[in-house]
Design a protein around this ligand. Structure first.
Ligand SMILES: Cc1cc2nc3c(=O)[nH]c(=O)nc-3n(C[C@H](O)[C@H](O)[C@H](O)COP(=O)(O)O)c2cc1C
Length: 172
């Protein structure tokens, strides 16, 4: 799959088939993640592969909009280090999106889980205090085909030269 096709066809996936995602594949995705750019090439990211169903269930309890992660065969927790990079969350997000697009190109779905009790989740995963738990990312073969969620129109989000100056109608 070409990058453009992956960008335009990707959807967040919240229902997964029970089909396993082997470690080689997960490592391939983490390998794609670590190719992302990062501030000063700090690469302030680490990844925990979680397969233990009990652990997934505990994490799901801490994520009000991520209960469905229990259905995914594997969950990857993404940890970033504020001491390694002032932009650790940005760096981490770029890595996550690399992983997400690489996964999609291989027929796999993911969904960023944002809201969670991070302190409790860090305890469960034994993440050291100084590190940040960016997200827990479920990965699995999609068992749904979600519709495209609407995007704000280009002309509403793009200006010419100065903030607020609309593009002329014929532009582009
Ligand atoms: C920072 C961030 C946090 C998110 N948190 C959640 C979440 O907690 N639960 C969830 O189901 N989706 C979550 N999402 C997924 C968004 O809802 C989704 O990306 C958005 O609705 C657009 O849909 P699409 O990804 O299918 O294009 C999150 C996405 C981002 C980028």
């Amino acid at each position: 799959m070409q990058v453009e096709e992956a960008i335009y066809s990707r959807r967040s996936i919240r229902r997964y088939s029970p089909r396993d995602v082997p470690d080689e594949l997960v490592l391939k995705l983490i390998d794609a993640a670590r190719q992302a750019p990062s501030s000063k090439n700090s690469q302030p990211w680490e990844f925990i592969i979680v397969r233990d169903q009990e652990v997934k269930e505990k994490l799901a309890q801490l994520a009000p909009y991520g209960r469905f992660i229990t259905q995914a065969p594997v969950v990857v927790a993404v940890v970033t280090d504020p001491e390694k990079s002032r932009f650790h969350m940005v760096d981490g997000a770029l890595a996550v999106h690399n992983l997400t697009l690489a996964a999609w190109a291989l027929g796999l779905g993911t969904c960023w889980i944002g809201t969670m009790d991070r302190e409790k989740a860090k305890e469960i995963l034994e993440i050291p205090e100084g590190k940040h738990l960016l997200t827990v990312l479920p990965i699995g073969y999609p068992a749904e085909r979600p519709q495209l969620r609407p995007r704000r129109p280009l002309e509403q989000i793009t200006y010419l030269e100065k903030y607020g100056r609309k593009l002329p109608e014929h532009h582009g």
